[in-house]
Structures are given as C-alpha cells and as structure tokens.
Design a protein. Structure first.
Length: 223
C-alpha cells in the first residue's frame, strides 16, 4: 500500500469531521511540467487537449509564495507552473492547519512524540507552517496562474535584437539592470502573462497535432 493509500484509509477509518476535510480559500500547487516524455508524450497533450492533468492525491498549500518557492524554480527538461484552485469539499482529504487548530490533535501529536513515534519530529517541525491541504484534484488549464522560465543567454538576445556594436549591447545591459532582469535567471510570469503565453502555446500545439487529434476523436465516436 502506498503512502497516499494509507493516508486515505486512515482518514476514512477515523471519519474525520467536515471542518478537517474542507477549506474555504484558494489552494496552490507547484508542478514541474514535462513538455516531452517518451513514456506518455509529456504533460502538454492532456493539459491542452483535455484541459487538465490527472494529479491524484497530492499536497497543495494555501500560501502561494510557499508554493512558488518550494524546491528549485526550474529542473532540466521541465518548466515550473503554479495552479490555483478553489477545491470542492469532495476533493479535500485533510486540512492540516485545521487539525493543528484543534487542541486535542496537538495533544495527540505530543503524546505521539513522547513515545518516539515515526516522523514525530517532522510533524512538530512543520506543524501548520506550510498551509498544507491534502487534495485529490486535477490540475486544470484554466487554473494556471504562473509559469517560470529563463531567457536565452545575453549574447543570443543581442543577436536576436540585431545588436552588434558594443555601445548597443552596453545600452541593452543597462536597461536590463534598471529593470532588475537578468538573462538566464529564472523568472515567474504574472497570471495574465501566463495565460497569454499558454494560450499561444496551446494554439500552436493543437494546430500541429490537429490531424492526430481528429483521428482519435473519430475512432472514439465510431466505437
């Protein structure tokens, strides 16, 4: 049994009250999206064609800043994305901050720690600080509010702009410094810029794979 299955079974067995299985605020999840993957074709197909990626049971947070800063901003062969979702009560398995707001739960954790329970030190270390919500929700295209990437090297940017003279390149560098933007440094796009960029990417993806998509749809409808 996986950890996720163990947690789901434990929650069901304890029959947690609804206040520990719901949340009334936006929840965020950071996900490294893989454009190309030999095993499943990458994340873009499900995201662009179906409008969502099936994520299964996973940790979300009510703190967008925490989600954005969690782990590395980028990984090779991927780009980072932030999803913002207002969950249905049926999607929430455990509201960790709500548990910690209950005095009986905190007392139970203390007793668990006193008898050297497994990972009790981690429970006491993190507590509610991560705003963690355990949810079983899809990652929806319309819920994307941020993507992180980095620009080409400075020399490549100059070539793209047709800047050959040292004076022109120096002027561009000064503009970047004034704007506090530096080539190849991970940068998060705003929600509006994220949707604009991904809508353009979606249009290109669907146009490129239109024949394949139409063939799949025809095969499904003919069965």
């Amino acid at each position: 049994m996986t950890l996720a299955e163990e947690l789901r079974s434990a929650v069901q067995a304890e029959n947690l009250p609804i206040q520990f299985r719901s949340v009334d605020s936006v929840c965020y999840r950071k996900r490294y999206l893989v454009p190309n993957n030999p095993q499943n074709g990458g994340d873009m197909g499900p995201l662009f064609i179906n409008g969502f990626i099936e994520e299964g049971l996973a940790s979300w947070t009510t703190d967008r800043k925490f989600a954005q800063n969690f782990k590395d901003p980028l990984r090779d062969g991927t780009f980072s994305a932030i999803f913002a979702h207002v969950p249905k009560s049926s999607e929430v398995l455990v509201n960790i901050p709500a548990l910690w707001a209950e005095s009986s739960f905190e007392a139970s954790v203390k007793r668990f720690n006193d008898r050297s329970g497994v990972n009790a030190d981690a429970l006491l270390h993190f507590k509610f600080r991560q705003g963690e919500i355990i949810m079983d929700a899809n990652l929806n295209f319309d819920d994307l509010v941020g993507v992180c990437g980095k620009s080409s090297p400075f020399e490549v940017l100059c070539e793209i702009e047709g800047l050959g003279a040292d004076e022109e390149r120096d002027a561009l560098w000064e503009q970047l410094v004034e704007a506090n933007k530096f080539p190849e440094e991970p940068t998060w796009l705003s929600p509006e810029a994220t949707q604009n960029a991904l809508n353009r990417a979606k249009d290109k993806f669907l146009a490129k794979h239109r024949a394949t998509i139409e063939s799949v749809v025809q095969n499904r409808t003919s069965k």
